[in-house]
Design a protein around this ligand. Structure first.
Ligand SMILES: Cc1cc2nc3c(=O)[nH]c(=O)nc-3n(C[C@H](O)[C@H](O)[C@H](O)COP(=O)(O)O)c2cc1C
Length: 168
Protein backbone atom coordinates (compact mmCIF):
# COMPACT_ATOMS: atom_id res chain seq x y z
CA UNK A 1 0.00 0.00 0.00
CA UNK A 2 1.44 3.33 -1.07
CA UNK A 3 0.04 6.38 0.69
CA UNK A 4 -0.32 9.32 -1.72
CA UNK A 5 -1.77 12.86 -1.56
CA UNK A 6 -5.50 13.08 -2.28
CA UNK A 7 -4.87 14.81 -5.62
CA UNK A 8 -2.26 12.31 -6.85
CA UNK A 9 -3.17 11.06 -10.35
CA UNK A 10 -6.19 13.42 -10.27
CA UNK A 11 -6.62 13.64 -14.04
CA UNK A 12 -6.38 9.87 -14.44
CA UNK A 13 -8.69 9.24 -11.48
CA UNK A 14 -11.42 11.59 -12.71
CA UNK A 15 -11.19 10.04 -16.13
CA UNK A 16 -11.70 6.56 -14.67
CA UNK A 17 -14.46 7.81 -12.34
CA UNK A 18 -16.44 9.08 -15.32
CA UNK A 19 -16.56 5.48 -16.60
CA UNK A 20 -16.89 3.49 -13.37
CA UNK A 21 -15.62 3.65 -9.81
CA UNK A 22 -16.91 2.04 -6.61
CA UNK A 23 -18.59 3.66 -3.64
CA UNK A 24 -18.39 1.36 -0.62
CA UNK A 25 -20.41 1.71 2.57
CA UNK A 26 -20.69 -0.19 5.82
CA UNK A 27 -23.23 -0.09 8.60
CA UNK A 28 -23.13 -2.68 11.39
CA UNK A 29 -21.92 -5.88 9.73
CA UNK A 30 -23.35 -4.98 6.35
CA UNK A 31 -20.85 -3.99 3.65
CA UNK A 32 -22.09 -2.89 0.24
CA UNK A 33 -20.59 -1.37 -2.87
CA UNK A 34 -22.14 0.31 -5.90
CA UNK A 35 -20.80 1.68 -9.16
CA UNK A 36 -20.60 5.45 -9.46
CA UNK A 37 -19.85 7.54 -12.49
CA UNK A 38 -20.36 10.98 -10.99
CA UNK A 39 -18.42 12.72 -8.26
CA UNK A 40 -15.86 15.41 -7.70
CA UNK A 41 -12.55 15.93 -6.04
CA UNK A 42 -11.51 19.28 -4.66
CA UNK A 43 -11.12 21.62 -1.75
CA UNK A 44 -13.95 22.96 0.43
CA UNK A 45 -13.85 24.41 3.93
CA UNK A 46 -10.03 24.20 3.47
CA UNK A 47 -10.40 20.42 3.45
CA UNK A 48 -9.71 17.86 0.74
CA UNK A 49 -13.18 16.70 -0.31
CA UNK A 50 -14.60 13.85 -2.40
CA UNK A 51 -18.27 14.45 -3.19
CA UNK A 52 -20.61 11.78 -4.52
CA UNK A 53 -24.23 11.83 -5.73
CA UNK A 54 -26.48 9.01 -4.55
CA UNK A 55 -30.12 8.58 -5.52
CA UNK A 56 -32.39 8.03 -2.56
CA UNK A 57 -33.61 4.63 -3.75
CA UNK A 58 -30.11 3.15 -3.50
CA UNK A 59 -29.34 0.80 -0.63
CA UNK A 60 -26.10 2.78 -0.42
CA UNK A 61 -28.19 5.80 0.59
CA UNK A 62 -29.74 3.82 3.46
CA UNK A 63 -26.30 2.76 4.71
CA UNK A 64 -24.77 6.22 4.31
CA UNK A 65 -27.54 7.81 6.33
CA UNK A 66 -26.47 5.56 9.22
CA UNK A 67 -22.69 5.45 8.86
CA UNK A 68 -21.84 8.99 7.63
CA UNK A 69 -18.68 7.66 5.99
CA UNK A 70 -17.70 5.98 2.73
CA UNK A 71 -14.77 4.87 0.64
CA UNK A 72 -14.22 5.35 -3.06
CA UNK A 73 -12.11 2.93 -5.10
CA UNK A 74 -10.84 4.11 -8.47
CA UNK A 75 -9.97 0.87 -10.28
CA UNK A 76 -6.71 0.70 -12.25
CA UNK A 77 -7.66 -2.51 -14.04
CA UNK A 78 -10.52 -3.87 -16.09
CA UNK A 79 -13.67 -4.08 -13.94
CA UNK A 80 -16.22 -4.52 -16.72
CA UNK A 81 -17.20 -7.94 -15.32
CA UNK A 82 -18.24 -6.28 -12.03
CA UNK A 83 -20.57 -3.67 -13.54
CA UNK A 84 -23.68 -5.82 -14.16
CA UNK A 85 -23.86 -6.77 -10.48
CA UNK A 86 -22.36 -3.76 -8.69
CA UNK A 87 -23.95 -1.21 -11.02
CA UNK A 88 -27.38 -2.75 -11.48
CA UNK A 89 -28.25 -4.97 -8.55
CA UNK A 90 -29.12 -3.67 -5.10
CA UNK A 91 -27.41 -4.67 -1.89
CA UNK A 92 -30.92 -4.87 -0.46
CA UNK A 93 -31.46 -8.05 -2.48
CA UNK A 94 -28.05 -9.68 -2.73
CA UNK A 95 -24.59 -9.68 -1.15
CA UNK A 96 -22.77 -8.13 -4.08
CA UNK A 97 -19.30 -8.71 -2.68
CA UNK A 98 -19.95 -12.44 -2.29
CA UNK A 99 -21.67 -12.63 -5.68
CA UNK A 100 -18.62 -11.06 -7.36
CA UNK A 101 -15.96 -12.76 -5.23
CA UNK A 102 -14.81 -9.30 -4.16
CA UNK A 103 -12.62 -9.02 -1.08
CA UNK A 104 -12.10 -5.91 1.04
CA UNK A 105 -9.18 -4.35 2.90
CA UNK A 106 -9.71 -2.84 6.33
CA UNK A 107 -10.02 0.95 6.35
CA UNK A 108 -6.97 2.74 7.75
CA UNK A 109 -8.87 5.67 9.32
CA UNK A 110 -12.54 4.65 9.20
CA UNK A 111 -14.64 1.54 9.82
CA UNK A 112 -15.63 1.26 6.16
CA UNK A 113 -13.28 -0.94 4.10
CA UNK A 114 -11.96 -0.38 0.57
CA UNK A 115 -12.33 -2.91 -2.22
CA UNK A 116 -9.32 -5.17 -2.65
CA UNK A 117 -8.81 -4.14 -6.26
CA UNK A 118 -5.71 -2.55 -7.82
CA UNK A 119 -6.34 1.18 -7.80
CA UNK A 120 -6.49 4.32 -5.73
CA UNK A 121 -8.65 4.42 -2.62
CA UNK A 122 -10.14 7.33 -0.67
CA UNK A 123 -11.42 7.08 2.90
CA UNK A 124 -14.02 9.78 3.57
CA UNK A 125 -16.02 11.07 6.51
CA UNK A 126 -19.20 12.95 5.57
CA UNK A 127 -18.98 16.60 6.62
CA UNK A 128 -22.05 17.81 4.73
CA UNK A 129 -24.94 16.28 2.86
CA UNK A 130 -27.79 17.83 0.97
CA UNK A 131 -30.72 16.66 -1.13
CA UNK A 132 -30.91 18.33 -4.53
CA UNK A 133 -33.50 21.08 -4.66
CA UNK A 134 -35.71 20.49 -7.70
CA UNK A 135 -36.53 24.18 -7.87
CA UNK A 136 -32.86 25.04 -8.39
CA UNK A 137 -32.23 22.54 -11.18
CA UNK A 138 -31.67 23.48 -14.78
CA UNK A 139 -34.67 22.29 -16.84
CA UNK A 140 -32.57 20.47 -19.42
CA UNK A 141 -30.88 18.42 -16.70
CA UNK A 142 -34.22 17.75 -15.04
CA UNK A 143 -35.57 16.37 -18.31
CA UNK A 144 -32.43 14.36 -19.04
CA UNK A 145 -31.77 12.75 -15.67
CA UNK A 146 -34.96 12.86 -13.57
CA UNK A 147 -37.59 11.95 -16.10
CA UNK A 148 -37.49 8.17 -15.74
CA UNK A 149 -37.27 8.14 -11.97
CA UNK A 150 -39.29 11.22 -11.00
CA UNK A 151 -38.68 12.57 -7.53
CA UNK A 152 -35.66 10.38 -7.04
CA UNK A 153 -33.25 13.26 -6.78
CA UNK A 154 -29.68 12.75 -5.77
CA UNK A 155 -28.38 13.27 -2.29
CA UNK A 156 -24.98 14.93 -2.33
CA UNK A 157 -22.49 13.66 0.21
CA UNK A 158 -19.35 15.68 0.78
CA UNK A 159 -16.69 13.55 2.44
CA UNK A 160 -13.51 14.86 3.99
CA UNK A 161 -10.72 12.69 2.62
CA UNK A 162 -8.98 11.27 5.68
CA UNK A 163 -6.67 8.92 3.81
CA UNK A 164 -5.72 8.13 0.21
CA UNK A 165 -3.50 5.37 -1.10
CA UNK A 166 -2.76 3.08 -3.99
CA UNK A 167 -2.81 -0.72 -3.90
CA UNK A 168 -1.62 -3.17 -6.54
C1 LIG B 1 -21.51 3.35 -14.93
C2 LIG B 1 -22.51 3.54 -13.81
C3 LIG B 1 -22.47 4.70 -13.05
C4 LIG B 1 -23.38 4.92 -12.00
N1 LIG B 1 -23.30 6.06 -11.26
C5 LIG B 1 -24.18 6.28 -10.24
C6 LIG B 1 -24.07 7.46 -9.42
O1 LIG B 1 -23.15 8.28 -9.56
N2 LIG B 1 -25.02 7.64 -8.47
C7 LIG B 1 -26.04 6.74 -8.25
O2 LIG B 1 -26.90 6.96 -7.37
N3 LIG B 1 -26.14 5.60 -8.99
C8 LIG B 1 -25.22 5.34 -9.96
N4 LIG B 1 -25.29 4.17 -10.69
C9 LIG B 1 -26.34 3.17 -10.39
C10 LIG B 1 -25.99 2.28 -9.18
O3 LIG B 1 -24.68 1.74 -9.29
C11 LIG B 1 -27.00 1.10 -9.12
O4 LIG B 1 -28.32 1.61 -9.02
C12 LIG B 1 -26.72 0.15 -7.98
O5 LIG B 1 -27.41 -1.06 -8.25
C13 LIG B 1 -27.15 0.67 -6.61
O6 LIG B 1 -26.81 -0.31 -5.65
P1 LIG B 1 -27.35 -0.28 -4.15
O7 LIG B 1 -28.87 -0.32 -4.17
O8 LIG B 1 -26.77 -1.54 -3.54
O9 LIG B 1 -26.82 0.96 -3.50
C14 LIG B 1 -24.37 3.94 -11.72
C15 LIG B 1 -24.41 2.74 -12.47
C16 LIG B 1 -23.49 2.54 -13.51
C17 LIG B 1 -23.55 1.26 -14.30
Amino acid sequence: MQRVPYNFNAQKNLDILSKAAFLTTKSGNKINTMVIGWGSLGVMWRLPIFSVMVRQNRFTHTLLEKSHEFTVTIPYGDVSHLIPVCGERSGRDIDKLAACGLKTLKGQKIATPVLDLPGMHFECSVVYNRLMGKEHLNKALEELWYNKEPDDYHMFYFGEILDSYITE
